[in-house]
Each structure stands twice: as structure tokens, then as C-alpha cells.
Design a protein around this ligand. Structure first.
Ligand SMILES: Cc1cc2nc3c(=O)[nH]c(=O)nc-3n(C[C@H](O)[C@H](O)[C@H](O)COP(=O)(O)O)c2cc1C
Length: 164
């Protein structure tokens, strides 16, 4: 049976990738929670921790924002090496050179607000269903959800993290 692992209040899981999204740095908390060694993760794609409950739509948003040079916030359910899982509240940012060219990506993950996870689990299960009709249906469903709250995607995720 797969079990949930919980981040602590002071946990900071960070990683850096190159332009292809291959991991070029992972901190100790990244390795500890995913249960990997540095050798296991270096120059591997981030989907080594991808959990099957994560909708493709969220990663499409993530990469679309990165390519536009914008930061994104996201709740992500990640898988450990032995198929346990842990929820994170992630901030993902593109890194720039002095000419504003994107030279890599960086992610900082913290303990999520538990109340937000209830909302997100329901939303992600709806997105997975919508995606069965194609990724565009997932994107539409996520945009509709944001619209129904009167917030942009990042505003919505950020407000969920700060909700009491
Ligand atoms: C800096 C950065 C951090 C990422 N962190 C994660 C992560 O923690 N978990 C995850 O599943 N995907 C993460 N991704 C997204 C992956 O690159 C990938 O899009 C996702 O795992 C879906 O995999 P797939 O496209 O092979 O289906 C991250 C991407 C970037 C640029």
C-alpha cells in the first residue's frame, strides 16, 4: 500500500534543471523525500517523481509559463522511489541571463496548506476526467475553474495556500 509522506514546516525541496528540464541540482530534502541518491537524479527528467494522479494539464501550464519567462505556483503530488507520495506547494521559475534569455529552471517546494489539498484533489480528479477527451479539454476545465473563482491561475493557487 502506498502511503503519504508529509513535509515539515521548515522543509524546502529545491532543484535546478537545464533548458531540457534535466535535473542539474537537487538539495538534500529533494533526495530525502523522493528517496533517491544524487546519482539517481542527476541529468534525469523531473518525471522520475511524477505521480499518475497528476493531470497533464498542470504540467502543460507549468511549461507554457516557463517558455514565456513567467513564474508559476502549483500543487504537485510526487512519487517516491518506492511508490509512496508527498504533496508539495511548488514555485517554479525560469532563470535568465543579462539578455533575458532563459538559461534554466528552478523549483522551490514547501509544505502545502492541507485545506488546499482537499480542493486540489477534487480539481485534479476532474481534470484527469476532462483530459480523457484530450489535453485541450483539461486546459479548458482548468481555465473555467479559475474563472469561476474570479482569479488568474497563479492568484488562485497562491490564495489557496494562504487560506485558513
Ligand atoms: C524546475 C522544474 C521542476 C519540476 N518539478 C517537478 C516535480 O517535482 N514533479 C513532477 O512530476 N514534475 C516536475 N516538473 C515537470 C516535469 O518536467 C514534467 O513536465 C512532468 O513530470 C510531466 O512529465 P511528462 O511530461 O513526462 O508526462 C518540473 C519541471 C521543472 C522545469
Amino acid at each position: 500500500m502506498s502511503k503519504e509522506i508529509f513535509l515539515k514546516e521548515d522543509t524546502l525541496i529545491t532543484s535546478k534543471t537545464d533548458l531540457k528540464g534535466l535535473i542539474v541540482y537537487a538539495n538534500n530534502d529533494f533526495l530525502k523525500y523522493a528517496d533517491f541518491s544524487m546519482k539517481d537524479v542527476l541529468h534525469k527528467p523531473h518525471n522520475i517523481v511524477r505521480h499518475q494522479d497528476m493531470p497533464k494539464t498542470v504540467f502543460k501550464f507549468l511549461w507554457d509559463y516557463m517558455k514565456e519567462g513567467k513564474e508559476i505556483f502549483a500543487y504537485v503530488k510526487n512519487k517516491t522511489k518506492n511508490n509512496d507520495y508527498y504533496w508539495v506547494f511548488a514555485n517554479v521559475t525560469p532563470s535568465m541571463d543579462t539578455n533575458n534569455n532563459i538559461i534554466g529552471y528552478y523549483s522551490v517546494r514547501r509544505m502545502p496548506n492541507r485545506k488546499a489539498i482537499e480542493t486540489i484533489e477534487k480539481l485534479y480528479s476532474d481534470l484527469l476526467k476532462a483530459e480523457q477527451q484530450g489535453i485541450n479539454k483539461g486546459v479548458e476545465a482548468l481555465k473555467d475553474f479559475c474563472k469561476s473563482t474570479g482569479k488568474t491561475y497563479n492568484e488562485l493557487i497562491f490564495s489557496l495556500q494562504n487560506s485558513k
